[in-house]
Each structure stands twice: as C-alpha cells, then as structure tokens.
Design a protein around this ligand. Structure first.
Ligand code: PGA
Length: 220
C-alpha cells in the first residue's frame, strides 16, 4: 500500500535558494510512496518549476476566512496555487492559542475548497491520550481527512514513542475512523520502522536533511 510521507519544513530554511535545493534533492527520490512537501508560504514557488506526480504540494496552515485578516492565507488562495494538502491543528499552532473550534472552521474551509486536511492530534506529557483524542477527533468530519497522531512530547525533542504505544493509539483511532492515519514526532530514518503499521509519517526536523529524509522514504 502506498504510504504518505509529509515533510513539514516549519519556519525553515532561511532562503529561497536553500528551499529550492532541498526540494530538488527530494524530487530525485525514487519511490512508489507519496511525498507531501509543506514549505513556508514564501517558498511555494519551488513547486512551480519542479513538481512531479509522486510529490504533492502542501501548506502548514490555512485561515478560514478571506478579507481583512492581516497575515492570513485562505483556502481559496491555496487551491488557486494548486496546493493539495494542508496541515491543520499542529501542536505548535495550538500552543499559540488555536482552539478545536477554530480548527473545525479551518477543516471545513479546506474541505470546501477540495484541499485534503492533515489534522494533527496528540497528547502532551502526562495527559491522558484517550481523553485528549476523544475531544480532538471530534473534528474528523470527513473520511478525506488524514489523521496525524503526534504525541506533543515527542515533537522536536528526539524522544521516541515506542511502537507498542503508537500501535495502541493507532488501534484506538482505527476503531472509530476509517481515515488514513500517519505518525509524527522525532521520526528519522531508523525509528520510522517502528511506525510501519501507520499509513505514513509526518516529519519535521529530519525533512530538512535530504539524506535523512531519503532514508525515511526508503524505510517507511
Ligand atoms: P519533528 O516534528 O519530526 O521535528 O519531531 C514533527 C512535527 O512537528 O510534525
């Protein structure tokens, strides 16, 4: 089965040239899987001249309205730019105050514009994972949404969720939803094998290193 590997570049790299070079390396990867690259908004232009059919363009966020909203990017703008996927509800944005209600509006707006939302869910350290997921997964309003299970304590920390725990959470979600489910949180080329029961992975820091990212795509 085709796996999905999402590269979330976050607020990196710090120049267009570096972004273009990184994308150029990713484009050379031979794989039957699907790679979704989510650069910063100002680097979307990399897609204009280097896209191919195993790589899709993604955004790291979207706003649910259009008009007088300084600094925001709407779903219709993404659609117009041929962006297919959009990460919604990432813990780094939730940490800035984003609520499940706002996430719901973003998901609806993305779906209305035929974008595929990648909804990030996951517990913080010491939080009850089932309780958190019960509430965050209320935003699964369509089978088109990709669920990214990302334990917040494992994001950007180098701390790995054991495959046993990740698989338990996977089963918990699978019992409720038929959606595709991917895993995220300090994924690298070695530990990616621990999450092979998932439909793919969401990769942050390791997606900025083309060698490591190629290893992930090979080992997923
Ligand atoms: P990480 O980020 O791979 O650097 O932990 C994952 C994410 O933020 O989705």
């Amino acid at each position: 089965m085709k796996k999905i590997i999402v590269a979330n570049w976050k607020c990196n790299p710090n120049s267009f040239l570096k972004a273009r070079n990184l994308f150029h390396d990713i484009k050379k990867i031979k794989t039957n899987n699907l790679i979704v690259v989510c650069p910063s908004f100002v680097h979307f232009n990399i897609f204009k001249f280097q896209i191919n059919n195993k790589i899709k363009a993604g955004a790291q966020d979207v706003f649910y309205k259009e008009g007088a909203f300084t600094g925001k990017i709407s779903a219709s703008m993404l659609k117009d730019y041929k962006i297919k996927y959009v990460i919604i509800g990432h813990s780094e944005i939730r940490a800035l105050g984003e609520t499940d209600e706002q996430i719901n509006k973003k998901i609806k707006s993305a779906l209305d514009h035929e974008l595929i939302p990648i909804l990030c869910v996951g517990e913080k350290k010491d939080e009850d994972v089932k309780k958190i997921l019960e509430s965050q997964l209320k935003n699964i309003i369509s089978k088109k949404i990709i669920i990214a299970y990302e334990p917040v304590w494992a994001i950007g920390t180098g701390k790995f969720c054991s495959s046993e725990k990740a698989n338990k959470v996977l089963e918990f979600i699978k019992k409720r939803f038929k959606n595709k489910i991917i895993y995220g949180g300090s994924v690298n080329g070695d530990v990616v094998k621990n999450y092979s029961n998932f439909d793919g992975v969401l990769v942050g820091s390791a997606s900025l290193n083309s060698k490591e990212f190629i290893k992930i795509v090979k080992n997923v």
